[in-house]
Design a protein around this ligand. Structure first.
Ligand code: CA
Length: 225
């Protein structure tokens, strides 16, 4: 599932955008501050960044410049003022698109999809991605293990896809939760643990001799492939 990172400090706008993206079957994460964005993109797995120009700690222009130092991830600016639009258009910031506020969240989703189509057409983003014994079919929402499709629930798929995004990296339960479903914080940890348990059973049944999902006490989970 493509992951969209939204940096926006106005809660009403952020909520509307998150809702629109998620209801269109896209995965979305939210940052409030400019300084959170580059570290998150470095972690990997982000397919498009939607970037408010006027963030509380630094400008979206600076953030975009920083991103372009190491990443080609598509960036769509959200601008509030005409002079900001002029800067987006006039400067060589490496932005891919922009939307002026107020905008329709649906229109933004359409723009995001257009960016995704373009990057998926490129050779760098293979539709099917092989990682060790695993093959991730993002479009079909399927994961194969040693050539056999795993019968996964939606949550199991999201968890395993998140772990496959960054093999070896320890993802906290909160990070794993963030990638897809809403549930209250109380039950969140247990929910992740429950789905990891069923996921392990399915991998065992598919022939995984050593459990590829490692538990890191107090930290989270990592996939060893
Ligand atoms: Ca703002």
């Amino acid at each position: 599932m493509p992951l969209i990172l939204i940096a926006e400090d106005e809660p009403a706008i952020a909520d509307a955008v998150l809702y629109a993206l998620r209801s269109e079957g896209l995965d979305a994460e939210h940052c409030l501050l400019g300084r959170e964005i580059a570290p998150r993109v470095r972690q990997g797995g982000v397919d498009v960044v939607v970037l408010d120009v006027g963030l509380p700690d630094r400008s979206g222009f600076d953030v975009c410049r920083e991103l372009r130092g190491f990443s080609e991830v598509p960036v769509i600016f959200l601008t509030a003022r005409n002079d900001e639009i002029d800067r987006v258009l006039g400067l060589e910031l490496g932005a891919d698109d922009y939307m002026a506020k107020p905008f329709s969240p649906r229109e933004l989703v359409a723009r995001v999809r257009a960016r995704l189509r373009r990057s998926q057409a490129g050779p760098a983003d293979a539709k099917e991605q092989a990682q060790g014994d695993f093959e991730l079919d993002r479009e079909g929402h399927r994961i194969r293990f040693r050539g056999n499709a795993l019968e996964l629930t939606r949550y199991e798929y999201m968890l395993l896809a998140a772990l496959l995004h960054r093999p070896g990296a320890i993802l906290s339960r909160a990070q794993l939760m963030d990638r897809g479903w809403d549930s209250d914080a109380d039950s969140a940890d247990r929910t992740v643990d429950t789905h990891i348990k069923t996921l392990r059973a399915k991998l065992r049944a598919a022939g995984a001799e050593n459990d590829p999902i490692r538990t890191h006490r107090g930290l989270g989970y990592a996939l060893e492939i």
